[in-house]
Design a protein around this ligand. Sequence first.
Ligand code: OAD
Ligand code: ZN
Length: 286
Amino acid sequence: MPPSNNVDEFRNVLKTSKHIIAVAGAGLSAASGIPTFRGAGGLWRRYDAMSLATPRAFNSRPSLVWQFYHYRRESANKAHLNQAHHSLASFSLPSIRHQIAPDSTFTLITQNVDGLSALALEKALESASDADTNVDQPKILEMHGRIFDVKCTECDHVEFTRASPICPALEGTENLIENNTMDPEIALDELPCCSKCGALARPGVVWFEEMPKYLDVINQIVDRADLCLVVGTSSTVYPAAGYAEEVAEHGGKVAVFNLDRSSGDDEADFLFLGPCEETIATALSV
Ligand code: OAD
Ligand code: ZN
């Protein structure tokens, strides 16, 4: 059966679901001005964004990879929350969620490193009740790390900093985004360094070939989930890409929210095509 796009039917499923998860990707923050990885937003200067998100790329060209992450840090620093972040954050609060999905749990598993979902949750919690702050399980898991974390390549010390620029030598390089730009070469000792031991630091995000974070707790949560919302992800990067399938395999429902068709969406129970800042807001409205 092809997926349904009927919101009322979706709301009926939501009402009876007890363990809900959302698996989010770059499309969740697209309306906030943060470029996605694949498709139109996937090219930075003349590089495929994904080719820079590897330990190998960092080892061979730390200056270039830092310029790429500096550019993404600057975009994330300037970004505003969009309605999809707000809707998911509200849905994280039991006092709101239980009005449309009584007695349910909810965890947002995000591949995004921009920190916007955590920021939206912080804002939602400002006006929340005590019951909302008590956690039975994590409200958000940022499985690919956080772009504002900076991690030492020697001693593994991690520091969270929104400093803009992160170091003087990177200042302004975020504006060199034309394809024909000559890449400035920044000396190693001018790149961000560890505040503890002084060694070269790297962006504290999870790269290809590295292990995503929180996998044990994520696996437990996915195992018992009976509804999976797949929001703004191409569903091509594992393990996140496999969570919807796992939920479906043990009898749960899957609802995809994406601007376009995405991998595996023909297997979903629901498919809401369009900007998630609109479709998620409607689907989760109280
Ligand atoms: P992608 O860039 O692969 O996919 C973004 C998805 O968002 C696409 O399917 C778009 O159609 C969709 N999209 C764009 N704008 C949207 C909107 N306004 N509303 C709804 N959907 C929208 O990004 P991810 O799936 O997040 O990993 O990529 C997964 C991982 O690959 C990333 O976390 C990153 C990347 O390389 C690492 O760096 C390890
Ligand atoms: Zn160090």
